[in-house]
Design a protein around this ligand. Structure first.
Ligand code: HEC
Length: 129
């Protein structure tokens, strides 16, 4: 009888460990993904925050077209340099149209130029090709 109890104990431990290994694997996955893209820099984190705090996400998704183009498509279309960053920041503030289709982007006069540039830097960091 005692033998059975011990056996049951051992299999319970084995089961627990097995589970833990699976959990650890799950927890690891996003970390490896982040490592592959080097992870967001402090500036990019700020950009994410600003975008989340504004209305951008009602019209834009990171990797899927919504009312506006996906941020990944925007990133893939442009080369990140000062001129592009200034131009796109201007469009966020003043609104834009005709580049991605007929639907215009609403202006965001409440967004400062610096904040708009920070948002653009984050968006352009999403380049996949
Ligand atoms: C009302 C919907 C809407 C909102 C809100 C919105 N956008 Fe847009 N955005 C669009 C559309 C539509 C386009 C495509 C415009 C075009 O074809 O030129 C666009 C284009 C863009 C572009 C690419 C511009 C270009 O010329 O390639 C960027 C960058 C962008 N949006 C960033 C933002 C950011 C950042 C915010 C939040 C501050 C935001 N958008 C809020 C609809 C929106």
């Amino acid at each position: 009888m005692k033998k059975y109890v011990i056996l049951a104990g051992i299999s319970a431990i084995a089961f627990a460990c097995g589970n833990q290994a699976a959990e650890e694997k799950k927890a690891d996955a996003p970390a490896t993904e982040q490592a592959a893209t080097a992870g967001p820099s402090a500036d990019e984190e700020k950009g994410i925050e600003l975008i989340a705090g504004s209305d951008c996400l009602t019209c834009h998704k990171v990797n899927e077209k919504a009312i506006g183009p996906s941020y990944q498509d925007v990133a893939n279309k442009y080369t990140a340099n000062d001129a592009t960053i200034a131009e796109l920041a201007g469009k966020i503030i003043k609104g834009g149209s005709g580049v991605w289709g007929e639907v215009p982007m609403t202006p965001h006069p409440q967004v400062s130029e610096d904040d708009a540039k920070t948002m653009v830097k984050y968006i352009l960091s999403l380049k996949t090709k």
